[in-house]
Design a protein around this ligand. Sequence first.
Ligand code: ADP
Ligand code: MG
Length: 535
Amino acid sequence: MQKGAIRVQTENIFPIIKKFLYSDHEIFIRELVSNAVDATQKLKTLASVGEFKGELGELEITVAIDKEKKTLTISDRGVGMTAGEVDKYINQLAFSGAEEFLNKYKGQGDGTNIIGHFGLGFYAGFMVSNEVEIITQSWQNAPAVRWVCDGSPEYTLEETTRADRGTDIVLHINEESEEFLEPSRLRGMLEKFCKFLPIPIKFEGQQINNPHPAWTKKPSELTDEDYINFYRELYPFGEPPLFWIHLNVDYPFNLTGILYFPKITKSYEIQKDKINLYSNQVYVTDQVNDIVPEFLMLLHGVIDSPDIPLNVSRSYLQGDPNVKKINAHITKKVADKLEEMFRNDRKAFEEKWEHIGLFVKYGMMTDDKFLEKANKFHLFPGVNGSTFYTLEEYRTSAAGLQTNHEGKLIILYATAPVQQDAYIQAAHAKGYIVVKLDTMVDAAFINQAEQKWENVQFTRVDADIADNLIDPIEKTGSVLLADQETALKTLFEEQVKPAHIKVDLKGLSTDAEPVIVTRPEFMRRMKDMAAAGGG
Ligand code: ADP
Ligand code: MG
């Protein structure tokens, strides 16, 4: 038997590793299973180039618990390691990797700002173990070896026997980590971290992963049903998605994935963190801020990119040029897809507008590149519910009639068509087009659109300007006699005690309602803003 001390500067790095990664102990399973996947894929590569000439056999990975012995074992039938390789890859390299990591990130707080792969890999097993054993047999003709380390820098390495090539990593689970010996707990972790790894993984006799998830296939190979089935795989209890976008880029960076648009109605409960980031099918995180544009954070699905740096802190991620490019690419793809849907089947697009509108408006407000494209397919639903207008169509249809003295297009809108029906009727009687802007983003959208669109002004249908709009044409006189008007005006003034309110009476030539009250658009917006809690 060989005994040795692992060559690291730090005396005993394990307590530091444990403390440092405290919040994320469960990732040990991802690290060890993905090592088993790597070893298996290496063997497949060796076989495909003719270097490995033996039988590949069933290349699966098994995860097993022994509650009595308190062990958790991960076994693969991959390349395995010779004694020399254990020394090189485990004793030297993996340890130096762990040490480098610590030197880099010590002093960065509790580790919660670090995502993804820590570069700790194999040593993540020590977060949950008193002792780690490796029993491994190389694919090359060499004796099997057993390496044991209890978490101090000392280890033992001896010859042993193993039935077949491959590696078992045996974790002797420590007292604080006994939860990981619970099958349901472990199954949950495997489903979270290993669900789409590319080699079959078995736990308690069942395969827990789908090695060929939809996003790794070509869009041309997939039917609508395939996409919907994959959505179910991701969110078994979710409502079916509205539509999806398959991302597939290989230059200048690698990016694949499927983004699903959920159905968003008024009663929709916003679910964030529904996009999972993978790196070559290894789960990384569901915190994809910066990578996915903010206005698309409510989408569901998967993105996979080996080009996103995973071993870095969030603040670094923001400045990473690949991350910026990926973000811009996703925005472009979404805009292109929406435009294509709009052009190919406008009716279907209009039917989905209720759900899509939120994203489009939010995107137009926050991203000028998106705005430029979205101007072509952003829609105003008419209050009647059946006609939809792009900005250009509204401009054309309302030309002349709804232009104010500055030459601005006045877009008339209702926020509550039922309550505002009298005003809508009055506006319709004058030939105006009233659109419905009644969603949660519309107030903000209106303010932004007035800044970003030239010569456009929004006016709520019950505002006094809406009335004044056509004054020059319609000043044909009130339907009231002059003394009736004065009497009514006095009556109103007495009732409303107009310290701040100007009473201005007009006899309208509509018979929709006997009386309607309007108020200046500006005043109303100020009040709405105050009600919404300022700014
Ligand atoms: P990484 O996976 O990033 O290389 P790890 O610390 O996870 O770093 O693993 C260190 C090395 O140990 C691997 O590169 C590999 O050479 C070896 N190794 C780990 N697990 C296995 C395994 N199951 N089979 C064969 N080799 C392994
Ligand atoms: Mg690894």
